[in-house]
Ligand binder design. Sequence first.
Ligand SMILES: [Zn+2]
Length: 199
Amino acid sequence: MSERAVICNVGDQEWTLMRTHGFYRIPKPAAGQKFALLIVADRTDVIDNGDNHRLEVPIHARKIAEDLVADLGDFGVFVCTGETPAAEEIDRAERRLVEVAKRLVFEGDQEWARSHNYREISDLHRRAVKRLGPEREWAYEPTEMTACPACGERIRPGVAVCRHCNAILDERKARQFGLTESTAAAQARRRPAPAHARQ
Ligand SMILES: [Zn+2]
């Protein structure tokens, strides 16, 4: 009797996994979708004992599926109990994603406070910020940043006013948003940048 198992992914990454019995791709949810599925069927593994003795070993779909998701629980991937994911199963996986993301953002904050080094921040940490918000200075790729010509601090390209020294970097844009030199300076006095944004 041929069986199947259904792997569900509510996370934001797709996974490609190699096993002796095959190659598996767990898709990520398409835009606007809550989850994506991979149906796994029974397979046969061939064990070569040498001297032309090849042993064919059937592997059940559920066993394959459970092995594939073994390290992916923190990433929103699980084996469905039934043929389709139950609402509680999706909820549980999503709650776990949020818990993991909270932990990663906390770690990122600590790492940033310690080293202030983008190289010490992993993609996992950056993705966690994307998932949870709010924005973090450390969550931008170093290549997305540029240096302020006035003070040399790292800033996002295309900003009208430097967040560190309040220099106006794009006059047209600054005027368009009412950020003249005096208002920018006044805003800076009223609302100092948060401590983590300062050097
Ligand atoms: Zn500056």
